[in-house]
Design a protein around this ligand. Sequence first.
Ligand code: GLY
Length: 433
Amino acid sequence: MRYWSHSEIRETFLKYFADHDHLVIGSRSLVPVDDPTLLLVNSGMAPLKPFFTGEQDAPRKRLCNIQKCVRTNDIESVGDRHHLTFFEMMGNWSIGDYFKQEAIEFAWRLISEGFGFDTSRIYATVYGEDRKLPEIPSDDESLRIWETLLPPERIIRLGAESNFWGPAGTSGPCGPCTEVFFDRGEEYGCGQPTCGPECECGRFLEIWNAGVFMQYDLRGDGMFAELPFRSVDAGAGLDRFSIILQSVDSVYETDLLKPIVEIVVSESELPADAKSVRIITDHVRCGTLLISDGVQPGNLGKEYVLRRLLRRAFLHSKLAGVSSETLLTAAATVRELLSPYYPEVKDSGELVRHTIEKEHASFETTLRRAMRELEKIVDSSNGSITGADAFRLHDTLGLPLEMTKELAHARGLTVNEKEYKEQLEEHRRRSRG
Ligand code: GLY
């Protein structure tokens, strides 16, 4: 496989679908518009939901784009080879137009002929029956289509957890999906005989959700209704494609993130693959994109997501010996890398700098107080920080649990999280009362 830069991957993806009659649309903001079910845009289809429900007319029945996305449920996994909080999803959509056959063929042809992936390493998963969703039949049609392209042992039926996608948010279009995996090789695997695309070990990297076959509308009452027409929502992570097409070990070595990592390590003793370096890189990148879309740090909702990301980056920069000036340089590098694709990122220089500086100053004050308090707690603890103490740090000093945990771990202590959650619940009950 030859080397593909991220800009070549972008161009090739969009051109392929434009050549197949898809209208190229721009990325929407990370802040959802008129969708109270969703905190932040988490997929290419999220801003397009009204097209799939028929509430709005799409400009064409075939669309494609590269959409900015944030997935905060992956925040704890950041630091491994491929989980990111911010990523770009290359998407193609059929809105009441083509369905399974064409969607799978499009993905297959682009992977094999377009990008020249080694197809002997490709696996596909399809939706098999699952007791959790008795009303959804297994997707035998996708299975049959894949059987014309791949040997049967490389087509895997999986349940709802893996192969039923959506809705984005708590209600809306969803359906069974078929995913494409790339086998990175035994050296990336756990070595278990059961290892396959469903294994978490990282050997099999999901590169493309080649089609969510949207037939269903999950309603607010938890029941499925039929959508007025059938659509396809397909999404491929630009970062995942870049890992494979640039033959690198992790997403941090791709040309999407490496320039940011280089800024971070220029001032740290830590190696480029250290968890703290990766966390700083990911969180500064995600924070910069959120600020560029008008989000400011705060204590609720998307504002809290930004605060948490920035403060976690600040904390890890302390652990890694990285100054706040370097974080600002890293943020400027994020903007440089992404400005050609997102005009709002080009124009946000002052806003990003000012927001990070202000949040950093407020974090320093919090951290100083919290550290004093934490030292007292550590002195009187025997191996573990009680849930009550962790809750007090959160409640009175604004130190999130995960930071208490990270500070505690650095001192060889654990935190009683169960008790912390009980305290939090009790506090919520009292506040409601
Ligand atoms: N919308 C499909 C996916 O995110 O996998």
